[in-house]
Design a protein around this ligand. Structure first.
Ligand code: AHG
Ligand code: MN
Ligand code: MN
Length: 282
């Protein structure tokens, strides 16, 4: 696994450079989910594909920006599913964006996720890695070396509340629940990039991030293999919870297609219990 994490460190430095120097703007293409692709999405995708193909233990890759499975090394052990650039719609405003990696052994699904990693490109570049059964570790790039900032953990209750989706299309039970948290004193923290938004909840040791099913999109927006499962592993290992709208652990879900989505909720004990109560799935 360290071989993949070391390569992700290299990728982080290279994408950091692309974000600063690559020409912005859209291509004429859309990806499998129908999102319009930025030149930067494509450049990051190509870079990651090249680097993972050079990593001997990687058997295959699946990218958010492409359809299907791309074979890499015959003797490899792992399938890496990745979102090369999360937050394409906010990168023009110079907000923080990220890259997310799910490392699977066997058929990609929640249960076969053995490790994950994400990179945050904010004012500084940070990396979080997790191996199933261990704690998530946070690193920061200082000069050209990675400083370990320690293990991440979540307390019983936080102060932050971040919910995605267009409010006009939130189901009444979601709207009532989110507003009830604000009435309790929770603060809104939502940038529109799941990488910095979830990273903030982890760094502040609690809170809730929701991307619910909505009237215009019953499965929400976030994709299981590239976005949801990698964070579910981090949250659970940090002492938090990661569930769907039925109260089921996200890591128990099985996608039928690599690009399948699911409503998802990540948070600390208190907020997840309140959510289950509000959704009637306690
Ligand atoms: P991507 O840029 O890879 O398509 O994903 C962006 C995602 C995620 O980062 C964020 O939480 C969500 O889109 C924001 O969606 P809304 O604008 O609907 O809240
Ligand atoms: Mn994304
Ligand atoms: Mn993306």
């Amino acid at each position: 696994m360290q071989q993949i994490f070391e390569m992700i460190k290299t990728i982080a430095i290279e994408i950091g450079d692309l974000i600063i120097n690559q020409e912005m703007g859209y291509t004429d293409d859309t990806n499998t989910t129908g999102d319009q692709q930025l030149k930067l999405d494509i450049a990051c995708d190509l870079l990651i594909e090249k680097r993972l193909k050079e990593t001997e233990i990687v058997k295959a890759i699946i990218s958010e920006e492409k359809e299907g499975v791309i074979p890499c090394n015959q003797d490899g052990e792992f399938t890496v599913c990745y979102d090369p650039l999360d937050g394409s719609s906010i990168v023009d405003a110079n907000l923080a964006v990220g890259s997310i990696f799910g490392i699977y052994k066997g058929e990609p699904k929640g249960e076969s996720l053995v490790a994950s990693a994400y990179i945050v490109f904010g004012p500084r570049i940070e990396l979080v890695t997790i191996i199933r059964g261990e704690k998530p570790y946070r690193y920061r790039l200082v000069g050209s070396s990675w400083q370990q900032l320690g293990a991440m953990s979540i307390k019983d209750k936080g102060k932050l509340n971040a919910s995605g989706g267009t409010q006009k299309y939130w189901y009444p039970k979601h709207k009532k629940f989110i507003y009830s948290l604000f009435d309790e004193g929770y603060r809104l923290r939502y940038s529109g990039g799941m990488v910095p938004d979830l990273h903030q909840i982890l760094v502040k040791e609690g809170g809730l991030f929701s991307y619910p099913g909505t009237e215009d999109s019953s499965k929400g927006k976030l994709r299981m293999l590239f976005e949801v499962f990698p964070y579910a592993l981090v949250f659970e290992a940090a002492g938090g919870y990661a569930i769907d709208e039925n109260g089921k652990r996200l890591l128990e879900l099985v996608p039928e297609h690599p690009h399948d989505k699911t409503p998802c909720f990540f948070g600390s004990n208190y907020e997840i219990n309140r959510l289950k109560e509000a959704y009637g799935v306690l």
